[in-house]
Design a binder for this molecule. Sequence first.
Ligand code: ZN
Ligand code: ZN
Length: 362
Amino acid sequence: MNVAGRIEALRRQMRDEGIPAVVVSTVANLRYLTGFDDVIDDGINGACLVTQDLTRFYTDKRYADAAVSAAEGGPWEIGVQRENLYIEICDDLHDLGAESLALETSVPYGRFKFISEQFRGAVRMTDHLVETFRQVKELSEIERIEAAATIADRAFDHMVEFIRPGLTEAEIALELEFTMRRHGSDGMPFAPIVASGPNGAHPHAIPGPRTITPGDLIVLDFGARVGGYCSDMTRTVCVGAASDEQRRLYDAVLAANEAGLAEVRAGRPCVDVDRVGRDVLVERGLGDLFTHGIGHGVGLDIHEMPTLGPRSTQSLRNHAVVTVEPGVYVEGFAGVRIEDLVVVEDGGHRRLTNSPKELIEI
Ligand code: ZN
Ligand code: ZN
């Protein structure tokens, strides 16, 4: 992991934007900037301060030992909280003579207010300062995402054997989670979606007590996590033989998925990936049933930059990792979504999701 390179990229951006000091407290950005494994979890009380001369990571006693050993030989100093993390950061800023400070736009309002009162200098917000670099993955990051995608593929193989009428969505979701964890996933990046029959019409359905019945389409949207990095995939299967209407929806979504994927290469505007995939559905009279953007970046967060949607303004960068996931949602009937995870490379892309995409009738 090129932690020194990440810090240098941040410092360059800070110089360009006239930011002398930044406090980063978002979990994924902390992980990214420090490169610390097995230190930063969702519950951490931690933050880091970066100036042109200083890189200091602050946390409390619970995380201090792990942070000290993770920091060994690297550029990070560790500050252990005595009273309050942000009071100590502001005291250090005061000692450094800093007159202005940047915070991430994602900090909670209470923290913003507290730091503003403690610091007494100018406080400004920065948007996507670290997230912008995070789009372009290093090889070691791609390897972790690929390992997570492979776990999800293996879990899908198992689910094709496991799913049968009579099980509930919640039971299938539990088996999915259990299988991924058994194959080495460090927890879940998000709760798996198992949406059967009419529940499939809701893109973010929560698995519930509904029992699988013959004739159901089931949307399975799930991912694993390895070394902090997420994967994300969706497959839709049919319980029993698909009806003509189910097959028509499925074929349209698959064609949209393939058409969108064909646009994924470095330099391509994200909006074009969405448009080309969406056009396939529009041509088949299904455009109004596709109610979300076609994809998103994946990394330390399950949803990160870039966004691939009708209003995207970014272009795909080499070594970005993104999803392509068109779907159609028919209220009261069913949903179909097919989502692949790919890495932008070599003038095109490489698939990290390798599960079959022809309609599986269980
Ligand atoms: Zn997904
Ligand atoms: Zn997704």
